[in-house]
Design a protein around this ligand. Structure first.
Ligand code: B12
Length: 163
C-alpha cells in the first residue's frame, strides 16, 4: 500500500461496516471481485458487490442511496489507473458525503508490470484514500478495514518495492 492515510468519514466506530465493492467501467474481470467479497465478508463486514463493468454513474448512485462506510474499487485489466482517476474525481466533485467517503482502489493498476507503482501517487492525488498495488499483501488491506471509522489512528505507510 502506498501513501495511506487514516480512514475518514466513517459513521460507525466499531462493528460491521457497509462496504460497497465494485469493478470499473472498462474492466470485465470478476473473480477479483468474488475473492474480495468473500474476504471482506469473512472479515465481518456487509458487502454490496456491483460486479464488473460498473459505470461511474451506477457506483455514485449506490454510494448515495446505500450510504456505505467505504467504497472498494478493484481493477485488473490494466486500465484501472485511468478509470480510477476519472471515477474518483467525479465522486469527489459530487460533494456532500461523497467528498469524505473512504475510497480505496487496488489490483493490477496498469500494464507496465514493475512500473505500475508510479500510478499510485496519481491515484492518491486524485482523491483515493489508499492504493493497494499488485505488490500489496491482502493483510494490509484487512488492516485498513480494521481501522475504518477509528479516526485518529493512522494506517502506517508501507513502501514495498515493486515486483
Ligand atoms: C480470467 C481472465 C480473463 C477473463 C475474465 C473472465 C471473468 N469473467 O472474470 C477474460 C477472458 C474475459 C479476460 C479478458 C481480458 N484480459 Co484477462 N485475465 C484473466 C486471468 C487469466 C485470470 C484473472 C482471474 O480471474 N484471477 C483470479 C483473481 C482472484 O485474482 P486477481 O484478478 O489477480 O485479483 C487478485 C489481486 O489482483 C488482488 N486485487 C484485485 N483487486 C484488488 C483490490 C483491492 C482493494 C485489493 C486490496 C486487492 C485487489 O486481490 C485478488 C486476490 O488475490 C488473468 C491472468 C492471471 N493469471 O491473473 C488475465 C489478465 C488479468 N487479463 C489481462 C488482459 C490484458 C485482458 C484483456 C485486455 C485481454 C484482451 N486483449 O482482450 C481483456 C480485458 C477485458 C476487459 N474489458 O476487462 C491481463 C492484465 C494485464 C495487466 N493489468 O498488467 C492479465 C493479467 C493477463 C496477463 N498476464 O497479461 N481476462
Amino acid at each position: 500500500m502506498t501513501g495511506a492515510v487514516a480512514p475518514r468519514g466513517s459513521r460507525h466506530l466499531d462493528g460491521p461496516k457497509k462496504i460497497l465493492l465494485s469493478g470499473v467501467s472498462s474492466d470485465a474481470h470478476m473473480w477479483n471481485l468474488i475473492y474480495l467479497q468473500l474476504f471482506i465478508e469473512e472479515s465481518g463486514h456487509h458487502v454490496r458487490n456491483l460486479g464488473p463493468c460498473a459505470p461511474d454513474e451506477l457506483i455514485l448512485e449506490h454510494c448515495v442511496t446505500w450510504r456505505p462506510d467505504a467504497l472498494v474499487i478493484s481493477t485488473v485489466n490494466g486500465h484501472g489507473h485511468l478509470d480510477g482517476v476519472r471515477l474518483i474525481r467525479t465522486l469527489r466533485e459530487a460533494g456532500g458525503p461523497l467528498a469524505t467517503l473512504p475510497v480505496v482502489i487496488g489490483g493490477k493498476l496498469g500494464i507496465h508490470g514493475i512500473g505500475n507503482s508510479r500510478f499510485h501517487q496519481k491515484l492518491l492525488d486524485a482523491g483515493f484514500d489508499a492504493v493497494f498495488g499488485a505488490e500489496a499483501g491482502i493483510m494490509e488491506f484487512q488492516r485498513y478495514l480494521t481501522m475504518l471509522g477509528r479516526n485518529g489512528h493512522a494506517v502506517e505507510t508501507t513502501t514495498v518495492p515493486a515486483c
